[in-house]
Design a protein around this ligand. Structure first.
Ligand code: SF4
Ligand code: SF4
Length: 126
């Protein structure tokens, strides 16, 4: 009995830790991993398709003052604002976007101290 316990203790001492020491060590992400969104405001046509298809009401269309030639006749200019705390990373918004201006990247490091900072304005996503 005691020997078995000692063997288990010895195994625990020599085995690798099951977690990594972040941020010094980072796990390798799978190719299919989805992270934070990226938005190209120059090619967004403000169609709101991304906000409508989102299954978790993660996207809110908000005004952003980005004067570009493409948007000169659009008033107001509404672009997606994304609440990463609510996001399921399902990529439906990316799939539905008609101009491919909204994509999910491999960026996964967006930890914050204040959860309100997880709400990303259009400018934050560029
Ligand atoms: S990835 Fe899915 S949950 Fe996240 S914003 Fe896009 S549609 Fe919504
Ligand atoms: S990001 Fe794409 S789907 Fe969303 S409003 Fe802009 S063009 Fe439309």
């Amino acid at each position: 009995m005691i020997i078995n316990s000692l063997v288990e203790v010895a195994k625990g001492v020599v085995k690798k830790p099951s977690t990594v020491e972040f941020p010094e060590n980072k796990e390798t992400l799978d190719d299919t991993y989805r992270g934070m969104h990226k938005l190209d405001m120059n090619t967004c046509i403000n169609c709101q398709a991304c906000a409508r298809i989102c299954p978790n009401q993660t996207i809110k269309m908000v005004e952003a003052d980005i004067p570009t030639a493409f948007h000169k006749d659009t008033n107001p200019k509404l672009f997606p604002e994304i609440d990463l705390e609510r996001c399921l990373f399902c990529a439906l918004c990316e799939e539905v976007c008609p101009t491919d201006c909204l994509i999910l990247t491999k960026i996964t490091e967006y930890e914050v101290y204040d959860r309100r900072d997880l709400i990303k304005r259009p400018e934050d996503l560029e």
